[in-house]
Design a protein around this ligand. Structure first.
Ligand SMILES: Nc1ncnc2c1ncn2[C@@H]1O[C@H](COP(=O)(O)OP(=O)(O)OP(=O)(O)O)[C@@H](O)[C@H]1O
Ligand SMILES: [Mg+2]
Length: 198
């Protein structure tokens, strides 16, 4: 565990159980599977099915999802660039803790900035992080509009909407790209499971 951000009055209290002990207990490696992409690209839809398949395979898995986290842990945050970064910073910390507990952690967040995705990778550790770019063009996402958000954004009812009034930085070196304008849900799920098991 990295203790470098602790100030001098806060002392790390070491336990007697290591990360390897926890993995051995669960019979799996901990991992963070990070889904990034525009709203409506399919992050949550894919992660939900991946979670179901992993549970069927008796893996210990947990799903973190943008909207759900904004109901609780991050309910104090908005969508300015600063708040988006803080949103992802907290999620990255939580995901890294879950990974440290030995869980396969599925994180679905628009996470539009490369810097913050790199932060999440650093927290989890390079060997335990899979970045998945769930790719769909903004026109397709706006057509799907499962939450009616693009409609509102175009009417100017939502500020800082990624792809419309706020930027999305495409991943530089993702482990996997899922073009959901071409792949079926089943095909995407299969590719993610293959990546997790590789
Ligand atoms: N090939 C596909 N793969 C995944 N989703 C698809 C596909 N084709 C159509 N869809 C539809 O696209 C929508 C994707 O919505 P979803 O909520 O998963 O997006 P999201 O990336 O999680 O968005 P948000 O960032 O707003 O949470 C769903 O309604 C889903 O049924
Ligand atoms: Mg979602």
């Amino acid at each position: 565990m990295n203790t470098s951000d602790s100030n001098s009055n806060i002392i790390w209290h070491e336990g007697k159980i290591t990360y390897d002990d926890r993995c051995e207990n669960l019979g799996q490696e901990g991992m963070v599977v990070w889904f990034t992409g525009l709203s409506g690209s399919g992050k949550s839809t894919i992660a939900v099915e991946v979670e179901r398949e992993l549970i069927k395979a008796r893996k210990a898995v947990y799903r973190l999802d943008g909207d759900n986290i904004r109901h609780g842990l991050n309910s104090d945050l908005g969508f300015s660039a600063e708040d988006r970064n803080e949103n992802i910073r907290r999620i990255a910390e939580v995901a890294a803790l879950m990974k440290d507990a030995g869980l396969i952690t599925l994180a679905s967040f628009i996470s539009p900035f490369q810097e913050m995705r790199d932060f999440a990778r650093k927290k989890a550790g390079e060997d335990n992080f899979i970045e998945i770019y769930v790719k769909a063009d903004v026109e397709t996402c706006a057509q799907r509009d499962p939450k009616g958000l693009y409609d509102k954004a175009k009417k100017g009812e939502i500020d800082n909407f990624t792809g419309i009034s706020s930027p999305y930085e495409e991943p530089e070196e993702p482990e996997l790209v899922l073009d959901t304008t071409k792949l079926s849900l089943e095909e995407s799920v299969k590719k993610v499971l293959t990546e997790i098991n590789s």
